[in-house]
Design a binder for this molecule. Structure first.
Ligand code: TYD
Length: 203
C-alpha cells in the first residue's frame, strides 16, 4: 500500500469486458473524488512490435515473457510508481497476472515468470473477470495486433484454467463476467469501494 494510493488490476481473457469496465471505473472513482490514474498493459508500442515479430520457435515463448516483463517494469517506473507516490488509486487493465496466465498457458513455468517480474510490486487488489473463451471471442470483432498470437480458443482455455487456479489460491478475486456488462461492472465497483472503504479515508 502506498500512502493512500492503491494498485488495482483487472484481469481476464480477451473479450471479458476488462477495458470497458476499467474506463467506467475510472470515471466513477474520479466523480467520487478519488485521485485516479488509469493505465493498461502492454503499454509501449515498441515492445508490442517486438512481441508481434516473434516467431514460433521454442525459445520465443521465453523471449515473449521477457518482453512483457520489460514493458511492465518500464510502465511501473515511468507511470505506476509516480502515480502511487502521489496517492492515486491506480486502475490497470492487465498486469502481472496476465503474464502468469498467458505465458504460463504458452508453456513457460510459472515460477520463472514470477521471478522475471520480481521487480514490480504485486497489486493491492486483483480482479479477474471470468468468462468462457467462446463467449469472449464472440465479443471480439475485426483485426487486432494480438489475434494470431493470443486470441485462439485452445490457448484461451488454458489461460482461463490458470486464472481460475490463481483465484482459488486467493491471488485474484473472481467475478462472473458471463453476464451483462452493467451487472459485472456493478459487482466490480462494489468490490473496489468496499476495499477503499476498509483501508480508510481518501485524503
Ligand atoms: P490487450 O489487453 O488485448 O491489449 P491491446 O488492447 O493492446 O490489444 O493485450 C494484448 C494481448 O497481450 C492479449 O491477448 C494478452 C497478451 N498479454 C500477454 O500474453 N501477457 C501479458 O503479460 C500481457 C500484459 C498481455
Amino acid at each position: 500500500m502506498w500512502g493512500k494510493g492503491a494498485l488495482i488490476t483487472l484481469e481476464g481473457i480477451d473479450g471479458s469486458g476488462k477495458s470497458a469496465i476499467a474506463g467506467l471505473l475510472c470515471k466513477e472513482l474520479s466523480k467520487r473524488g478519488y485521485p485516479v490514474t488509469c493505465s493498461y498493459e502492454p503499454r509501449f508500442e515498441e515492445y508490442k512490435r517486438l512481441i508481434r515479430g516473434l516467431g514460433e520457435d521454442r525459445e520465443s515463448i521465453y523471449v515473449e515473457a521477457m518482453l512483457f516483463a520489460a514493458d511492465r517494469l518500464l510502465h511501473y517506473s515511468r507511470i505506476l510508481r509516480p502515480a502511487l507516490m502521489k496517492g492515486h488509486i491506480v486502475i490497470v487493465d492487465r498486469y502481472y497476472h496476465s503474464s502468469l496466465a498467458y505465458q504460463g498457458a504458452r508453456g513457460v513455468p510459472l515460477e520463472w515468470i514470477r521471478s522475471l517480474n520480481r521487480f514490480v510490486p504485486r497489486p493491492d487488489m486483483a480482479i479477474y473477470l471470468d468468462v468462457d473463451p467462446r463467449v469472449g471471442l464472440s465479443r471480439k470483432e475485426g483485426e487486432a495486433w494480438d489475434k494470431a498470437r493470443f486470441q485462439k480458443l485452445g490457448l484461451l482455455e488454458r489461460v482461463r484454467g490458470i486464472y481460475r487456479r490463481l483465484a482459488e489460491g486467493g491471488e485474484l478475486i473472481l467475478v462472473d463476467a458471463d453476464r451483462p456488462l452493467s451487472k459485472v461492472y456493478g459487482d466490480v465497483l462494489s468490490l473496489i469501494l468496499g476495499f477503499l472503504g476498509r483501508r480508510g479515508g481518501r485524503d
